[in-house]
Ligand binder design. Structure first.
Ligand code: NAD
Length: 359
């Protein structure tokens, strides 16, 4: 028996496994796909492909689609090249796409599969911790438009998600921390004991963080199950992301070495916790606890004068607005959330300045 545990979401199964090769073979064997493609980036080709290739029989039938690594691959030009590759190789509607990699691959590959010939089946095999605990499940697929995050995309579910922590052994520390930010968010919005467990970890290593992966996946997917299309409850998962995406978009456009998603989200969570403290009575000691934890693990984001002059335009490009009102998710206390909290541009400017001067 290869499968350790199935997390049943409303939309697709998540299979936690310790034998990725056999789990994938079991899935493919009972299907009748005309062809199989596997999308990955160059790092996955080097670090993870040898593992899956060694343990799966069915994967030998797959044709490889290898792209460069990085957020800038979530681009329509790359999608267009991949559509052409599929088409030139006569991939038909019974084709399976395996998205093998981090969140860039599952976001991009999900979009690619869902739009090629009006949609072909895809499965996600996440290799980064961020993709395991967050990006690979829940049905959000997207690419970026210029430097604006996730502007073009659709809700579309994989047939299944297969998670094997074996891949984490080659993930670097910065990318582990990247995911730690999203895991902290799961605790902050939904489960105080998960938050406490996560902040008790002295050093963020694969070994220390692995026991908490399943809990984070469960929290995310319990929320998605209630509201798959993000009409209400799922907006809780946007905590930290309104300000976080603003910071990430700015960094993607202006920085030589842009922030990772989780690094921007960590700063976003700190700033949105400050807004929660100011506007929703998040207790001061809870806010201080959040602030301390984020400052301990994540680099300080540069909020410069130019950013403060221009952030409004990027913010209004973000999806989380309703007319001219900005709707954010706040935490009234650790382990709970409130969606659709109205915020003015001046509130946000003040919180950014607070971060710049006090964190
Ligand atoms: N759809 C969603 O619900 C959702 C949720 C959160 C984040 N996201 C998206 O996910 C993306 C970020 O995901 P990410 O951090 O995984 O980015 P990523 O896919 O760029 O992976 C990060 C880096 O780690 C490398 N890598 C991945 N697995 C590895 C391994 N096992 N060994 C060695 N190197 C490995 C990659 O090649 C890349 O260089 C962002 O685009 C973000 O918007 C989507």
């Amino acid at each position: 028996m290869t499968t350790e545990h199935n997390i049943n979401t409303a939309e697709h199964p998540i299979i936690l496994t310790r034998n990725i090769g056999e789990s994938i073979d079991e899935f493919i064997n009972v299907k009748n796909y005309s062809s199989i493609y596997i999308l990955m980036d160059e790092n996955i080709l080097n670090h993870c492909w040898p593992i899956i290739n060694m343990h799966s029989q069915e994967i030998h039938k797959a044709q490889l689609l290898v792209i460069d690594a990085g957020e800038d691959q979530k681009d329509i030009e790359i999608v267009s090249q991949l559509w052409s590759s599929l088409s030139e190789n006569q991939a038909d509607r019974s084709t399976l796409l395996i998205n093998f990699g981090g969140g860039v691959i599952s976001d991009l590959g999900g979009f690619l599969a869902s739009t090629y010939k009006r949609g072909i089946h895809f499965i996600n095999v996440p290799t980064s911790l961020l993709a395991m605990v967050d990006a690979s499940s829940g049905g959000k697929t997207a690419i970026n438009l210029q430097h604006y995050k996730n502007q073009i995309g659709l809700f579309s579910n994989p047939q299944a998600v297969f998670i094997d922590p074996i891949f984490l052994n080659t993930l670097d520390k910065r990318n582990l921390l990247n995911a730690y930010a999203e895991m902290l968010k799961h605790g902050l919005i939904a489960d105080k004991s998960h938050w406490k467990d996560l902040i008790s970890i002295k050093e963020i290593t694969v070994q220390n963080i692995s026991p908490f992966i399943k809990k984070s996946i469960q929290i995310k997917n319990n929320i998605v199950k209630l509201d798959p299309l993000e009409k209400s409850t799922r907006k809780s998962l946007n905590f930290g992301h309104s300000i976080g995406h603003l910071i990430e978009s700015w960094s993607l456009k202006h920085d030589k070495n842009p922030l990772l998603h989780g690094e921007a989200i960590a700063a976003g969570m700190l700033i949105e916790s400050y807004l929660s403290y100011k506007h929703l009575n998040l207790p001061l000691n809870s806010f201080e606890e959040i602030k301390k934890q984020i400052i301990l693990h994540f680099p300080k984001v540069d909020i410069n004068t130019s950013f403060l002059q221009h952030f409004e335009k990027i913010l209004f490009q973000d999806k989380k607005k309703n007319g001219e009102k900005l709707n954010l998710t706040f935490v009234p206390e650790i382990g709970s959330f409130k969606i659709d909290q109205n915020c003015s541009i001046e509130d946000i400017r003040e919180s950014l300045i607070y971060y710049k001067e006090n964190c």
